[in-house]
Design a protein. Structure first.
Length: 347
């Protein structure tokens, strides 16, 4: 059979980084989720796993809950297995739905679909150390385990899922949530742990293709299926070599060339520039209007010619000579002091 593994949907996220496009992005997250469920229905997929954080807040609004639960009720032929995460742990349930199967933090809960068993337990600070205890799985079944938390290779968090403790427990597929980046690794010779990532990028730290995992229990394979409506792309351009603003604009054009117009783009301007950067970020935004959303972040510094200032009979020249003659400073320290000091002195 085929099973879909999703996680970290975060319905009703604020999306504040996308400014005036935030509301559109909030709706797009749900639209993408709808599309995944419709695809499951059309392809005869009977089970969808939600490995935590369906909602963005621990107490989602009734409107947001109804939107999700009505989607579940619209597809009674699909079994939705919902394991709460750290974001939706408090009050994400509001009614009993026959095809919505849930979990608790007190013990392992199992659901069987033919020869496929799905087991899950919600993670808390109290049970994290003993989480592996009591998990008993038959080696003759195809065993999926659902958890929401970090594995050591993906985070330095204190509340970690210790993968080593899940070795030799007959796990074929550990369906994880919490990390918003697609990733996987080996548990033992039999099983793998997999983060599906989230369905849509919700900020500039969630770049690239987003989607879900299709598990084929017969072939014992799993495949990433991209489904996001648009990607988040972060690009950098070093303007140090630009002689003036016109050349800098041409460099920006080159970096942005070829990016899909549907995407959300963040452009980071870097380098030590020789021209006045005032208003340059707004000029770029007026020039490049083809993307769904463009954010320009100016991270440049003003280029300073030490030799030029050193010869001048001025406060800046005296400052440079004082630093130059200080034998207690290394060359690297002097360079840093030059740049910081001149920035202050010339405003």
């Amino acid at each position: 059979m085929k099973i879909y593994h999703l996680a970290d949907i975060h319905l009703a996220s604020k999306m504040e980084q996308f400014e005036e496009k935030a509301e559109v992005r909030r709706q797009e997250v749900f639209t993408t989720l709808q599309g995944v469920v419709k695809r499951a229905h059309s392809e005869g997929v009977g089970v969808i796993l939600f490995s935590g954080d369906v909602f963005d807040k621990p107490r989602p609004t009734m409107k947001d809950k109804k939107q999700f639960y009505n989607l579940v009720k619209d597809y009674p032929n699909i079994q939705f297995l919902y394991l709460r995460g750290n974001h939706d742990y408090v009050q994400s349930y509001h009614e009993d739905i026959p095809n919505l199967l849930t979990f608790t933090d007190s013990e392992w809960t199992k659901y069987e679909f033919g020869g496929v068993v799905v087991a899950g337990r919600e993670l808390t600070k109290e049970n994290v150390e003993s989480l592996h205890e009591g998990l008993l799985l038959d080696e003759d079944n195809y065993n999926i385990v659902m958890l929401h938390g970090s594995v050591p290779t993906m985070s330095n968090s204190k509340d970690l899922i210790q993968i080593d403790k899940f070795k030799n427990k007959n796990i074929n597929y550990l369906a994880l949530g919490h990390i918003h980046k697609r990733a996987e690794g080996e548990i033992d010779k039999r099983g793998v742990w997999v983060y599906s990532g989230n369905l849509e990028g919700r900020g500039y730290d969630e770049v690239g293709e987003k989607g879900f995992i299709e598990i084929d229990t017969d072939k014992q394979t799993h495949t990433f299926i991209p489904c996001c409506s648009r990607e988040v792309v972060v690009k950098q351009v070093d303007l140090s070599a630009a002689a003036d603003d016109q050349e800098a604009l041409r460099m920006v054009d080159g970096v942005l060339e070829g990016i899909d117009e549907r995407n959300i783009v963040k452009l980071e301007l870097k380098g030590k520039v020789k021209f006045d950067m005032e208003g340059f970020d707004e000029r770029v935004k007026r020039r490049v209007k083809r993307f769904f959303h463009l954010k320009v972040k100016d991270m440049t510094k003003r280029y300073v010619s030490i030799d030029e200032y050193e010869k001048k009979n001025s406060l800046v020249g005296e400052f440079i000579r004082q630093v130059r003659d200080d034998e207690t400073l290394s060359d690297d320290e002097k360079q840093e002091i030059y740049e910081l000091g001149i920035e202050v002195l010339i405003g």
